[in-house]
Design a protein around this ligand. Structure first.
Ligand SMILES: [Zn+2]
Length: 190
């Protein structure tokens, strides 16, 4: 039976935290998956909420000049803090990946301009960290809602909204410090 609405089984998918990227390049491996933003703690700490998903579509390869690289893209739908009203705002962040893998800084000279490069120590790379770094670098510096959708500008431009910050004193339900022992009537049954 065909299911027209593809179900996404995304529970607890994580990106590998320690691979040998040179071996992956030789093998021509790729990573194509979606993970929850909340899996990426450093990124989360820069966001308004940890809501959202990250799409990763990268390939490891060795090109004919012998350069091992990671190419592809990563993108995410993130909730940033609007710098005007300080409320969360949804934003799409994307990064194109074209990263040469180097074992040593001294190899940097031989890398064509279109590549960025990363020194891979001990032939170990965390794909999670790598993707997280890419997204952090791609984050907008100061993002805000479009003016007509931002609460802050609406208050400023609309004088009829005279009560912008009425803090409703919510009556919190307090726990009654005196326990009502209704269920414990003595001598009720004979
Ligand atoms: Zn705003």
């Amino acid at each position: 039976m065909s299911n027209p609405t593809e179900k996404h089984n995304k529970e607890s998918i994580t990106l590998p935290t320690s691979i040998d990227p040179f071996a992956w390049a030789i093998a021509g491996r790729s990573v194509k998956q979606t993970i929850a933003v909340k899996e990426l703690g450093r990124l989360c700490s820069m966001l308004a909420t940890d809501y959202g998903e990250v799409s990763v579509d990268i390939e490891f390869q060795v090109d004919k000049s012998g350069i091992s690289s990671i190419t592809g893209s990563t993108s995410a739908s993130l909730e940033l803090t609007c710098q005007r009203c300080l409320e969360p705002m949804r934003s799409s962040v994307a990064s194109t990946v074209k990263m040469a893998l180097l074992k040593d800084e001294k190899d940097e000279g031989g890398i064509p301009e279109q590549f960025e490069s990363i020194i891979v120590e001990d032939e170990k790379l965390s794909i999670a960290d790598f993707i997280e770094d890419e997204l952090i670098l791609a984050l907008p510096v100061a993002e805000s809602h479009p003016a007509d959708q931002c609460e802050a500008t609406q208050y400023m431009s609309d004088p009829s909204m005279s009560n912008p910050n009425s803090v409703e004193d919510k009556v919190k339900e307090r726990e009654n410090p005196f326990k009502v022992l209704e269920g414990l009537k003595t001598g009720a049954e004979n």
